[in-house]
Write a protein that binds this ligand. Sequence first.
Ligand code: SAM
Length: 366
Amino acid sequence: MSEKFYSRSELIDLISHYKSFRKTFAEKAREIQKENFADGIFIRGLIEVSSFCRCSCYYCGIRKDNFCAERYRLSDNEILERCKYGYKKGFRTFIFQGGEDLVFSDIRIANLISEIKKRFSDCAVTLSLGERDEKTYRLWKEAGADRYLLRHEAADPKLFSILHPAEQKLETRLHALETLKKLGYQTGSGFMVGAPYQTIENIADDILFLQNLKPEMIGIGPFIPHNKTPFANYQNDFEKRTDENSTNENSSEEITSCTLTSSLDRAELTCFLISLLRIIFPHALIPATTALNTLSKTGRTDGILSGANVIMPNLSPLETRTKYDLYEGKSNRALECAEELERLENEMNKIGYKILFNERGDFKNK
Ligand code: SAM
């Protein structure tokens, strides 16, 4: 199945009328997913290494300027212990994710990667540690890192600047993504769905950006407010605006930029966009994210049935899981956790899929 790229106007039309396209796109996405991955779902063990962050993204609960955030950082031993535990459970990819915490120095991360590669030679290491320079990304690649996740967050410079303080630049982020690709990482990017002030045109531009970048992994999830961020009340403000704006004419299937942000719409639209991305990128690794499962009880299965093929159970130590507090109510539900793999497996079996234990699930875009 070859890739199908869309024009900006096609994307705007599809997103505006997604409710009418949702079912047929999900069917098509499942078909493509089955063709390329049969019924297999990859698992990745997510280790949240640090809640310290030098950045202050306006939407994020662990932003530097949230003085109420509980901060922690794992020791190398704790990280290695979690990998050992995950390996026994059948994980063959470990993702290190964290705030941009320079205490995790270039060399410390490089040593950690080498050690993991030495102890678990059939495993892949994925990093999600934010923006660093080329020298650092190269060092980590040489130490054995396989993949890097760095969401572009917003391809539109105006929206990017609404979501981030002035010192965080879209150019830097895009340059980092280019560098990661150049160095041979399997690269992941993505964005939040229903981010504050995001419009349908912005989402179309995000997808155009991805069509151009051709990442191996694509992570999208609904925006969920956090009460200690500048966007704490964004949803409330929005709901008020929607009430004021709602008229009978507005009850058609067409959505507007405004209606994007109600929580139900954000989960549904995320699922539609997963289907659309699966159709555009038949081979990509697309997770059913924790944020989707936080917003909707059936988020994970809905995501898989929309074309996602990756689940990232939490392998962090139990004591730190609640401290990696990106948004309100971040799901720590049992099946989110690496301890509950059997139940997660049953959940996947029930909808006709199976978890691929002991598989790295690599994919490299040419
Ligand atoms: N520091 C690394 C980085 O920036 O790539 C990784 C950690 S960062 C917290 C991981 C992702 O969480 C971000 O890319 C962002 O899209 C998502 N995120 C942060 N706050 C969120 C929120 N309020 N709702 C949904 N997703 C959020």
